[in-house]
Design a binder for this molecule. Sequence first.
Ligand code: FES
Ligand SMILES: [Fe+2]
Length: 390
Amino acid sequence: MLQLPDIFDAQNYARVRSALPEAQTMPHWCYTSPEWHRREIDAIFRPAWHFVGLASMLPSRGSFLTAETLGQPVLLVRSDQGIRAFRNSCRHRGSILLEEAQGTCGGIRCQYHSWVYSLEGKLLRAPGTEESSTFDPERHALTDVRWAELEGLLFVTLDENAPPVDQYFGDFAERVARPYRIAEMACVHRRSYHLASNWKLYVEVDMETLHTKHIHRGSIGEQPVVSPPTSGEWITVFHESDHTPALAPGERHLGFPATPGISGAANRGTHFSVLAPGFFLVTAPDCMWWIQKYPETPTRTRVDVGYCFPRASLDRPDYAEVSARYIRRWDQVVREDDWITEFQQRGLPGSTPGCYTPEEHVVHRLDNWILDRVLGAAGDRTPSAQGVPG
Ligand code: FES
Ligand SMILES: [Fe+2]
């Protein structure tokens, strides 16, 4: 067993706080320690807004989607009163209610003892309580979860004190969501799986371009980016290009046309954004995809992937043929990043801190953002703590 110093002592992070090129990477325990992991959940994940899906996934009355946020099951459903979000848990003895990731229902029936709830969360039928004179159905309605929509993206938070979502994500809507017309996007594929790696490794690989010419040699190749400043809890890099980055180099002229009505920088290239803490969203002129990370343990992460096209592309006669090219390339790139983050995790225990090259400066900013939250005021001692996202 490794002997660790006081891992919440800011002195241990002075070199992460240094400016590039002197800065060192985070100590290995930030990727393995259960105490560090618990502090991240409390300081970073609990106060955050978490992406759960697109509003376009709930097109009509009874459409629902389910998600898991900080280990808690949630469901979102479209009722006559608009979208509602509840804990996906029966008010009788806690069984999960809706099982599929997405679907349609007329009401919500628990499989255990057949209690039935309306789409508004009202308890309509409760077998076993008929004889009770004290049972009050109103006290057993589904438990509301705080949710919000931001330009077609749906978020939930388990923190009643979290600021409104548009405030939390600052200028994201104005800089990315509206120019790329995210509200026009339809998700054509979703999947969830688990990786044997710390969640930060995947966020870090998302935001550096050094690896693309090595790990994604045959799928992406070189991908130079700039990192525009942002306000709010998100960070972005921008890749300017005439061709979609979502297709393999030899196929980039064989994609869909741009999303109708996109504007500004959305016409000139792609934003790769991390909406803190773990929602990686890529908005390209012709498509969008996400890779969401939820930490489950220090060394295990749940990953949710989603691929999207503008609705106009779904109606094209060549949709099946063209979309297959995107999906093939997306699957390959995700597999490559899945592999390298698990591979990296295996080498970290007990390792000596490394360094950040210029193409990894956004990783340095992200790691300092994490230190700010985990160490709090005690860790915010050096000038280089400024200039992190947010
Ligand atoms: S646990 Fe749901 S009806 Fe009993
Ligand atoms: Fe990558």
